[in-house]
Design a protein around this ligand. Structure first.
Ligand SMILES: Cc1cc2nc3c(=O)[nH]c(=O)nc-3n(C[C@H](O)[C@H](O)[C@H](O)COP(=O)(O)O)c2cc1C
Length: 451
Protein backbone atom coordinates (compact mmCIF):
# COMPACT_ATOMS: atom_id res chain seq x y z
CA UNK A 1 0.00 0.00 0.00
CA UNK A 2 1.40 3.38 -0.91
CA UNK A 3 1.73 6.02 1.79
CA UNK A 4 -0.76 8.88 1.70
CA UNK A 5 0.64 11.74 -0.37
CA UNK A 6 1.62 14.90 1.48
CA UNK A 7 -1.48 16.94 2.27
CA UNK A 8 -2.12 20.68 2.06
CA UNK A 9 -3.08 22.41 5.32
CA UNK A 10 -5.69 25.15 5.17
CA UNK A 11 -6.40 27.83 7.73
CA UNK A 12 -9.21 30.37 7.34
CA UNK A 13 -8.13 33.81 8.56
CA UNK A 14 -11.46 35.36 9.55
CA UNK A 15 -11.84 39.10 9.66
CA UNK A 16 -15.29 40.60 10.16
CA UNK A 17 -16.72 41.00 6.62
CA UNK A 18 -13.49 40.20 4.82
CA UNK A 19 -9.89 41.22 4.26
CA UNK A 20 -10.53 43.66 1.43
CA UNK A 21 -10.45 47.08 3.07
CA UNK A 22 -13.63 48.17 1.21
CA UNK A 23 -15.53 44.88 1.59
CA UNK A 24 -17.92 46.45 4.10
CA UNK A 25 -19.21 48.80 1.36
CA UNK A 26 -19.91 45.99 -1.09
CA UNK A 27 -23.54 44.79 -1.39
CA UNK A 28 -22.41 41.18 -0.83
CA UNK A 29 -21.53 41.94 2.81
CA UNK A 30 -23.42 43.07 5.88
CA UNK A 31 -21.12 45.00 8.25
CA UNK A 32 -23.95 45.68 10.71
CA UNK A 33 -23.89 41.96 11.50
CA UNK A 34 -20.96 41.87 13.93
CA UNK A 35 -22.69 39.42 16.24
CA UNK A 36 -21.47 36.07 17.50
CA UNK A 37 -23.87 34.44 14.99
CA UNK A 38 -21.84 35.88 12.13
CA UNK A 39 -18.66 34.21 13.43
CA UNK A 40 -20.45 30.96 14.27
CA UNK A 41 -21.63 30.86 10.64
CA UNK A 42 -18.09 31.43 9.35
CA UNK A 43 -16.53 28.82 11.67
CA UNK A 44 -19.15 26.23 10.71
CA UNK A 45 -18.62 27.03 7.03
CA UNK A 46 -14.87 26.46 7.38
CA UNK A 47 -15.56 23.24 9.28
CA UNK A 48 -17.89 22.08 6.49
CA UNK A 49 -14.89 22.54 4.16
CA UNK A 50 -12.78 20.33 6.52
CA UNK A 51 -10.25 23.13 6.98
CA UNK A 52 -7.57 22.57 9.61
CA UNK A 53 -8.32 25.74 11.54
CA UNK A 54 -9.74 29.22 11.77
CA UNK A 55 -7.68 32.14 12.98
CA UNK A 56 -8.48 35.50 14.60
CA UNK A 57 -6.02 38.41 14.57
CA UNK A 58 -5.81 40.99 17.33
CA UNK A 59 -4.36 44.38 18.16
CA UNK A 60 -4.25 46.12 21.51
CA UNK A 61 -5.21 49.56 20.26
CA UNK A 62 -7.42 50.94 17.53
CA UNK A 63 -5.25 49.75 14.66
CA UNK A 64 -6.64 51.44 11.64
CA UNK A 65 -8.40 54.61 10.60
CA UNK A 66 -11.77 53.69 12.05
CA UNK A 67 -13.46 56.49 10.09
CA UNK A 68 -13.14 54.26 6.99
CA UNK A 69 -13.02 50.70 8.33
CA UNK A 70 -13.30 48.79 11.57
CA UNK A 71 -12.56 45.11 11.62
CA UNK A 72 -14.53 43.60 14.46
CA UNK A 73 -15.35 43.97 18.08
CA UNK A 74 -14.42 40.80 19.94
CA UNK A 75 -11.35 39.89 21.96
CA UNK A 76 -10.22 36.66 20.19
CA UNK A 77 -9.94 34.19 23.09
CA UNK A 78 -13.38 35.20 24.33
CA UNK A 79 -14.84 34.72 20.87
CA UNK A 80 -13.02 31.39 20.36
CA UNK A 81 -14.52 30.09 23.60
CA UNK A 82 -17.96 30.70 22.12
CA UNK A 83 -16.95 29.15 18.78
CA UNK A 84 -15.62 26.08 20.59
CA UNK A 85 -19.19 25.34 21.63
CA UNK A 86 -20.57 25.79 18.11
CA UNK A 87 -18.02 23.55 16.33
CA UNK A 88 -16.58 20.12 17.02
CA UNK A 89 -13.56 19.46 14.79
CA UNK A 90 -11.98 22.60 13.41
CA UNK A 91 -8.92 24.11 15.13
CA UNK A 92 -9.28 27.50 16.84
CA UNK A 93 -6.28 29.86 16.70
CA UNK A 94 -6.20 33.20 18.55
CA UNK A 95 -3.62 35.98 18.55
CA UNK A 96 -2.13 36.98 21.89
CA UNK A 97 0.78 39.38 22.36
CA UNK A 98 3.86 38.52 24.41
CA UNK A 99 4.72 42.19 24.82
CA UNK A 100 1.64 43.24 26.78
CA UNK A 101 0.75 40.13 28.77
CA UNK A 102 2.17 37.92 31.49
CA UNK A 103 3.02 34.26 30.80
CA UNK A 104 0.91 32.90 33.66
CA UNK A 105 -2.27 34.58 32.34
CA UNK A 106 -1.65 33.40 28.80
CA UNK A 107 -0.72 29.81 29.75
CA UNK A 108 -3.86 29.58 31.86
CA UNK A 109 -6.19 30.98 29.20
CA UNK A 110 -4.90 28.73 26.42
CA UNK A 111 -5.00 25.66 28.67
CA UNK A 112 -8.62 26.58 29.44
CA UNK A 113 -9.60 27.00 25.78
CA UNK A 114 -7.83 23.74 24.98
CA UNK A 115 -9.94 21.99 27.63
CA UNK A 116 -13.15 23.73 26.50
CA UNK A 117 -12.57 22.79 22.86
CA UNK A 118 -11.28 19.28 23.63
CA UNK A 119 -7.86 19.89 22.12
CA UNK A 120 -8.40 22.45 19.38
CA UNK A 121 -6.63 25.58 20.67
CA UNK A 122 -3.80 27.36 18.86
CA UNK A 123 -1.84 30.50 19.79
CA UNK A 124 -0.67 33.00 17.20
CA UNK A 125 2.26 34.46 19.11
CA UNK A 126 2.83 38.12 18.24
CA UNK A 127 5.14 40.74 19.65
CA UNK A 128 2.81 43.68 18.73
CA UNK A 129 4.00 46.23 16.23
CA UNK A 130 2.16 49.51 16.88
CA UNK A 131 3.42 52.39 19.03
CA UNK A 132 -0.18 53.04 20.15
CA UNK A 133 -0.35 49.67 21.89
CA UNK A 134 2.35 50.71 24.39
CA UNK A 135 0.26 53.69 25.49
CA UNK A 136 -2.56 51.39 26.55
CA UNK A 137 -0.23 49.56 28.93
CA UNK A 138 1.23 52.37 31.03
CA UNK A 139 4.23 52.86 28.72
CA UNK A 140 5.14 55.82 26.58
CA UNK A 141 7.26 53.96 24.08
CA UNK A 142 7.02 50.60 22.41
CA UNK A 143 9.85 48.22 23.33
CA UNK A 144 12.37 48.02 20.48
CA UNK A 145 11.96 45.23 17.91
CA UNK A 146 14.87 43.03 19.07
CA UNK A 147 13.94 43.33 22.77
CA UNK A 148 10.35 42.37 21.94
CA UNK A 149 11.54 39.09 20.45
CA UNK A 150 13.88 38.48 23.42
CA UNK A 151 10.95 38.96 25.76
CA UNK A 152 8.86 36.66 23.54
CA UNK A 153 11.47 33.89 23.80
CA UNK A 154 11.52 34.04 27.59
CA UNK A 155 7.71 34.25 27.56
CA UNK A 156 7.57 30.98 25.62
CA UNK A 157 10.05 29.26 27.91
CA UNK A 158 7.82 30.13 30.86
CA UNK A 159 4.46 29.26 29.27
CA UNK A 160 5.76 25.90 28.07
CA UNK A 161 7.13 25.13 31.52
CA UNK A 162 3.76 26.07 33.05
CA UNK A 163 1.88 23.74 30.68
CA UNK A 164 4.36 21.02 31.63
CA UNK A 165 4.01 21.70 35.35
CA UNK A 166 1.22 19.12 35.47
CA UNK A 167 1.94 15.61 34.29
CA UNK A 168 -0.91 14.03 32.33
CA UNK A 169 -1.96 11.64 35.06
CA UNK A 170 -1.76 14.00 38.05
CA UNK A 171 -5.50 13.90 38.76
CA UNK A 172 -6.31 10.54 40.37
CA UNK A 173 -9.73 11.14 42.05
CA UNK A 174 -9.10 8.30 44.55
CA UNK A 175 -12.32 8.33 46.55
CA UNK A 176 -11.11 5.55 48.87
CA UNK A 177 -7.97 7.27 50.07
CA UNK A 178 -9.27 10.81 49.71
CA UNK A 179 -6.41 11.72 47.34
CA UNK A 180 -7.65 14.03 44.59
CA UNK A 181 -4.36 14.74 42.79
CA UNK A 182 -0.98 13.06 42.88
CA UNK A 183 1.08 16.04 43.95
CA UNK A 184 4.39 14.43 43.01
CA UNK A 185 3.20 14.95 39.46
CA UNK A 186 2.60 18.68 39.87
CA UNK A 187 5.78 20.74 40.06
CA UNK A 188 6.57 24.43 40.39
CA UNK A 189 8.53 26.03 37.57
CA UNK A 190 10.58 28.46 39.68
CA UNK A 191 11.60 30.62 36.75
CA UNK A 192 13.68 33.73 37.31
CA UNK A 193 14.82 35.53 34.19
CA UNK A 194 15.33 38.94 32.65
CA UNK A 195 11.63 39.72 32.20
CA UNK A 196 9.70 37.28 34.36
CA UNK A 197 9.76 35.67 37.72
CA UNK A 198 7.20 32.88 37.95
CA UNK A 199 6.91 30.24 40.66
CA UNK A 200 4.15 28.07 39.20
CA UNK A 201 2.78 25.49 38.91
CA UNK A 202 -0.14 26.41 36.67
CA UNK A 203 -3.57 26.24 38.29
CA UNK A 204 -5.05 24.32 35.33
CA UNK A 205 -4.38 20.62 34.77
CA UNK A 206 -2.58 19.61 31.60
CA UNK A 207 -4.84 20.11 28.59
CA UNK A 208 -5.74 17.64 25.81
CA UNK A 209 -2.99 18.83 23.45
CA UNK A 210 -0.41 19.35 26.20
CA UNK A 211 0.50 22.65 24.57
CA UNK A 212 -1.77 24.59 22.21
CA UNK A 213 -0.48 24.63 18.64
CA UNK A 214 2.19 27.36 18.56
CA UNK A 215 1.82 29.67 15.57
CA UNK A 216 3.98 32.66 14.69
CA UNK A 217 3.67 35.39 12.09
CA UNK A 218 6.76 37.62 12.04
CA UNK A 219 9.16 37.20 9.11
CA UNK A 220 12.04 39.57 9.93
CA UNK A 221 15.46 38.16 10.86
CA UNK A 222 14.49 38.01 14.55
CA UNK A 223 11.02 36.74 13.65
CA UNK A 224 12.41 33.83 11.60
CA UNK A 225 14.82 32.87 14.33
CA UNK A 226 12.00 32.89 16.87
CA UNK A 227 9.80 30.82 14.54
CA UNK A 228 12.58 28.30 13.95
CA UNK A 229 12.94 27.80 17.69
CA UNK A 230 9.32 27.77 18.88
CA UNK A 231 6.72 27.80 16.10
CA UNK A 232 4.88 24.79 14.74
CA UNK A 233 3.02 26.78 12.08
CA UNK A 234 4.12 30.04 10.49
CA UNK A 235 1.85 32.58 8.79
CA UNK A 236 3.74 34.72 6.30
CA UNK A 237 3.14 37.20 3.47
CA UNK A 238 5.05 36.34 0.28
CA UNK A 239 4.41 38.05 -3.06
CA UNK A 240 6.35 35.85 -5.48
CA UNK A 241 6.94 32.11 -5.74
CA UNK A 242 10.70 32.72 -5.55
CA UNK A 243 10.34 34.72 -2.32
CA UNK A 244 8.04 32.02 -0.92
CA UNK A 245 10.59 29.31 -1.74
CA UNK A 246 13.47 31.27 -0.20
CA UNK A 247 11.49 31.93 3.00
CA UNK A 248 10.38 28.29 3.25
CA UNK A 249 13.91 26.95 2.83
CA UNK A 250 15.35 29.48 5.25
CA UNK A 251 12.90 28.81 8.12
CA UNK A 252 13.15 25.00 7.72
CA UNK A 253 16.91 25.26 7.64
CA UNK A 254 16.99 27.43 10.77
CA UNK A 255 14.69 24.93 12.52
CA UNK A 256 17.38 22.31 11.87
CA UNK A 257 19.87 24.46 13.80
CA UNK A 258 17.55 24.14 16.80
CA UNK A 259 17.48 20.35 16.52
CA UNK A 260 14.07 20.26 14.87
CA UNK A 261 13.07 18.40 11.73
CA UNK A 262 11.58 20.33 8.77
CA UNK A 263 8.23 18.52 9.20
CA UNK A 264 7.83 19.94 12.71
CA UNK A 265 7.21 23.42 11.32
CA UNK A 266 4.48 24.13 8.75
CA UNK A 267 4.80 27.18 6.53
CA UNK A 268 1.50 28.82 5.51
CA UNK A 269 1.73 31.84 3.19
CA UNK A 270 -1.34 34.05 3.03
CA UNK A 271 -3.55 34.09 -0.05
CA UNK A 272 -6.58 36.25 -0.76
CA UNK A 273 -8.65 34.33 -3.35
CA UNK A 274 -11.12 36.20 -5.56
CA UNK A 275 -13.07 33.63 -7.53
CA UNK A 276 -15.34 33.75 -10.56
CA UNK A 277 -16.89 31.28 -13.00
CA UNK A 278 -14.53 32.71 -15.61
CA UNK A 279 -11.32 34.66 -15.24
CA UNK A 280 -13.13 37.74 -16.56
CA UNK A 281 -15.85 37.40 -13.92
CA UNK A 282 -13.25 37.07 -11.14
CA UNK A 283 -11.45 40.18 -12.44
CA UNK A 284 -14.76 42.04 -12.56
CA UNK A 285 -15.40 41.12 -8.92
CA UNK A 286 -11.95 42.32 -7.94
CA UNK A 287 -12.50 45.61 -9.82
CA UNK A 288 -15.88 46.08 -8.10
CA UNK A 289 -14.19 45.84 -4.71
CA UNK A 290 -11.27 48.07 -5.73
CA UNK A 291 -13.66 50.73 -7.03
CA UNK A 292 -14.92 51.14 -3.45
CA UNK A 293 -11.49 51.94 -1.99
CA UNK A 294 -11.22 55.19 -0.03
CA UNK A 295 -7.63 56.37 -0.69
CA UNK A 296 -7.38 58.13 2.70
CA UNK A 297 -7.77 54.78 4.43
CA UNK A 298 -5.14 53.01 2.33
CA UNK A 299 -2.80 55.99 2.68
CA UNK A 300 -2.94 55.90 6.46
CA UNK A 301 -2.25 52.15 6.43
CA UNK A 302 0.57 52.48 3.89
CA UNK A 303 2.11 55.42 5.80
CA UNK A 304 2.36 53.19 8.88
CA UNK A 305 3.90 50.36 6.85
CA UNK A 306 6.62 52.50 5.25
CA UNK A 307 7.28 54.66 8.30
CA UNK A 308 6.54 58.12 6.82
CA UNK A 309 3.45 60.25 6.21
CA UNK A 310 2.47 59.88 2.55
CA UNK A 311 -0.49 62.27 2.57
CA UNK A 312 1.52 65.11 1.00
CA UNK A 313 2.85 62.97 -1.84
CA UNK A 314 1.12 62.83 -5.23
CA UNK A 315 -1.00 59.70 -5.56
CA UNK A 316 0.02 59.27 -9.18
CA UNK A 317 3.72 59.43 -8.49
CA UNK A 318 6.09 56.80 -7.08
CA UNK A 319 6.92 56.28 -3.41
CA UNK A 320 9.39 58.99 -2.33
CA UNK A 321 13.08 58.12 -2.74
CA UNK A 322 14.05 59.14 0.82
CA UNK A 323 12.24 56.35 2.65
CA UNK A 324 13.51 54.93 5.94
CA UNK A 325 15.55 51.72 5.81
CA UNK A 326 14.44 48.47 7.41
CA UNK A 327 16.77 49.21 10.35
CA UNK A 328 14.78 52.38 11.11
CA UNK A 329 11.49 50.47 11.36
CA UNK A 330 10.43 49.46 14.87
CA UNK A 331 7.07 48.02 13.81
CA UNK A 332 6.59 45.33 11.18
CA UNK A 333 9.97 45.00 9.45
CA UNK A 334 9.06 42.20 7.05
CA UNK A 335 5.96 43.98 5.73
CA UNK A 336 8.00 47.17 5.24
CA UNK A 337 10.47 45.26 3.04
CA UNK A 338 7.72 43.45 1.13
CA UNK A 339 5.83 46.64 0.27
CA UNK A 340 8.90 48.60 -0.83
CA UNK A 341 10.15 45.71 -2.98
CA UNK A 342 6.71 45.28 -4.58
CA UNK A 343 6.46 48.99 -5.44
CA UNK A 344 9.99 49.14 -6.86
CA UNK A 345 9.88 45.81 -8.73
CA UNK A 346 6.66 46.70 -10.53
CA UNK A 347 7.30 50.47 -10.69
CA UNK A 348 3.96 51.21 -9.05
CA UNK A 349 2.58 54.66 -8.32
CA UNK A 350 1.23 55.21 -4.81
CA UNK A 351 -2.33 54.87 -6.15
CA UNK A 352 -1.50 51.55 -7.87
CA UNK A 353 0.22 50.32 -4.72
CA UNK A 354 -2.88 51.16 -2.65
CA UNK A 355 -4.96 49.03 -5.02
CA UNK A 356 -2.47 46.16 -4.84
CA UNK A 357 -2.58 46.19 -1.04
CA UNK A 358 -6.35 46.65 -0.65
CA UNK A 359 -7.41 43.00 -0.68
CA UNK A 360 -4.58 41.39 1.27
CA UNK A 361 -2.38 44.11 2.87
CA UNK A 362 0.64 42.59 1.11
CA UNK A 363 -0.50 38.98 1.04
CA UNK A 364 -0.76 37.47 -2.42
CA UNK A 365 -4.11 37.97 -4.18
CA UNK A 366 -5.14 35.11 -6.49
CA UNK A 367 -7.91 36.21 -8.86
CA UNK A 368 -9.33 33.61 -11.22
CA UNK A 369 -11.43 30.51 -11.68
CA UNK A 370 -11.44 27.80 -9.01
CA UNK A 371 -9.14 25.68 -11.23
CA UNK A 372 -6.68 28.53 -11.66
CA UNK A 373 -6.59 29.20 -7.92
CA UNK A 374 -6.21 25.46 -7.17
CA UNK A 375 -3.36 25.33 -9.74
CA UNK A 376 -1.54 28.14 -7.97
CA UNK A 377 -1.96 26.48 -4.57
CA UNK A 378 -0.69 23.20 -5.96
CA UNK A 379 2.27 24.92 -7.59
CA UNK A 380 3.32 26.67 -4.37
CA UNK A 381 2.73 23.46 -2.39
CA UNK A 382 4.72 21.20 -4.72
CA UNK A 383 7.57 23.58 -5.42
CA UNK A 384 8.84 24.12 -1.91
CA UNK A 385 7.06 27.35 -1.02
CA UNK A 386 4.25 26.14 1.26
CA UNK A 387 2.93 23.33 3.45
CA UNK A 388 -0.47 24.93 3.24
CA UNK A 389 -2.15 28.31 3.12
CA UNK A 390 -3.59 30.99 5.31
CA UNK A 391 -6.75 31.70 3.33
CA UNK A 392 -7.83 35.34 3.65
CA UNK A 393 -11.26 35.74 2.03
CA UNK A 394 -11.52 39.30 0.68
CA UNK A 395 -15.26 39.46 1.50
CA UNK A 396 -17.27 37.33 3.91
CA UNK A 397 -19.03 35.05 3.93
CA UNK A 398 -19.19 34.90 0.08
CA UNK A 399 -15.49 34.43 -0.73
CA UNK A 400 -15.13 31.71 1.91
CA UNK A 401 -18.26 29.96 0.64
CA UNK A 402 -16.80 30.00 -2.88
CA UNK A 403 -13.46 28.68 -1.64
CA UNK A 404 -15.06 25.86 0.35
CA UNK A 405 -17.53 24.87 -2.38
CA UNK A 406 -15.33 25.36 -5.43
CA UNK A 407 -11.61 25.18 -4.62
CA UNK A 408 -11.60 22.60 -1.79
CA UNK A 409 -13.31 19.91 -3.97
CA UNK A 410 -10.66 20.35 -6.68
CA UNK A 411 -7.86 19.93 -4.13
CA UNK A 412 -9.68 16.84 -2.79
CA UNK A 413 -10.03 15.35 -6.29
CA UNK A 414 -6.30 15.86 -6.79
CA UNK A 415 -5.63 13.95 -3.55
CA UNK A 416 -4.09 17.05 -1.98
CA UNK A 417 -6.62 17.72 0.78
CA UNK A 418 -8.57 15.62 3.28
CA UNK A 419 -12.18 14.65 2.51
CA UNK A 420 -12.89 13.93 6.20
CA UNK A 421 -11.25 14.91 9.46
CA UNK A 422 -9.10 12.03 10.60
CA UNK A 423 -7.83 13.50 13.85
CA UNK A 424 -9.65 15.08 16.75
CA UNK A 425 -7.16 17.73 17.86
CA UNK A 426 -5.66 20.69 16.06
CA UNK A 427 -2.21 19.09 16.37
CA UNK A 428 -3.54 15.97 14.69
CA UNK A 429 -4.96 18.01 11.81
CA UNK A 430 -1.51 19.51 11.22
CA UNK A 431 0.24 16.15 11.70
CA UNK A 432 2.15 17.41 14.74
CA UNK A 433 3.07 15.38 17.79
CA UNK A 434 1.61 16.01 21.24
CA UNK A 435 4.49 17.21 23.43
CA UNK A 436 5.13 15.04 26.44
CA UNK A 437 5.25 16.84 29.78
CA UNK A 438 8.93 17.05 30.48
CA UNK A 439 9.45 16.04 34.09
CA UNK A 440 10.26 19.25 35.88
CA UNK A 441 13.20 19.24 38.22
CA UNK A 442 12.49 20.56 41.67
CA UNK A 443 10.29 19.89 44.58
CA UNK A 444 6.72 18.64 44.25
CA UNK A 445 4.02 21.08 45.34
CA UNK A 446 3.18 19.24 48.53
CA UNK A 447 6.57 20.16 50.06
CA UNK A 448 6.04 22.73 52.74
CA UNK A 449 2.31 22.12 52.95
CA UNK A 450 1.29 20.97 56.48
CA UNK A 451 0.07 17.37 56.37
C1 LIG B 1 -0.94 36.47 8.64
C2 LIG B 1 -0.41 37.39 9.68
C3 LIG B 1 -1.21 37.71 10.75
C4 LIG B 1 -0.76 38.58 11.74
N1 LIG B 1 -1.59 38.87 12.76
C5 LIG B 1 -1.17 39.74 13.71
C6 LIG B 1 -2.03 40.09 14.79
O1 LIG B 1 -3.15 39.62 14.87
N2 LIG B 1 -1.57 40.96 15.71
C7 LIG B 1 -0.31 41.51 15.65
O2 LIG B 1 0.05 42.28 16.53
N3 LIG B 1 0.53 41.20 14.63
C8 LIG B 1 0.11 40.34 13.67
N4 LIG B 1 0.94 40.02 12.63
C9 LIG B 1 2.26 40.66 12.62
C10 LIG B 1 3.35 39.74 13.10
O3 LIG B 1 3.02 38.94 14.16
C11 LIG B 1 4.61 40.50 13.47
O4 LIG B 1 4.43 41.29 14.62
C12 LIG B 1 4.99 41.41 12.37
O5 LIG B 1 5.07 40.66 11.18
C13 LIG B 1 6.30 42.07 12.69
O6 LIG B 1 7.26 41.12 12.86
P1 LIG B 1 8.50 41.08 11.91
O7 LIG B 1 9.08 42.45 11.96
O8 LIG B 1 9.34 40.01 12.54
O9 LIG B 1 7.98 40.68 10.56
C14 LIG B 1 0.52 39.15 11.64
C15 LIG B 1 1.33 38.82 10.55
C16 LIG B 1 0.88 37.95 9.57
C17 LIG B 1 1.78 37.59 8.44
Amino acid sequence: MSAQPRQIHLNAFLMHVGHHEAAWRHPATNPENDSVDHYVGLAQLAERGKLDSIFLADGLALWNNVRYNFSGRFEPLTLLSALAMATSRIGLIATVSTTYNEPFHVARKFASVDHLSRGRAGWNIVTSSQEGEARNFSQEKHLDHHSRYQRAAEFLDVTRALWDSWQDDALVYDRNSGVYAETDLIRPVNHTGQHFSVAGPLNVPRSPQGHPLLVQAGSSEDGREFAARYAEAVFTAQQTLADGQAFYADVKNRAGHHGRSPEEIKILPGIAPILGGTEAEAKRREAELNDLIVPEYGLSQLSKMVGIDLFDHPLDGPLPADLPTVDDINGNKSRFSLVIELARRERLTIRQLLTRLAAGRGHRVFTGTPEQVADQLELWFTSGAADGFNVMPPYLPGALTDFVDQVVPILQQRGLFRTEYEGRTLREHYGLARPSARPVAGTAVRAGVPR
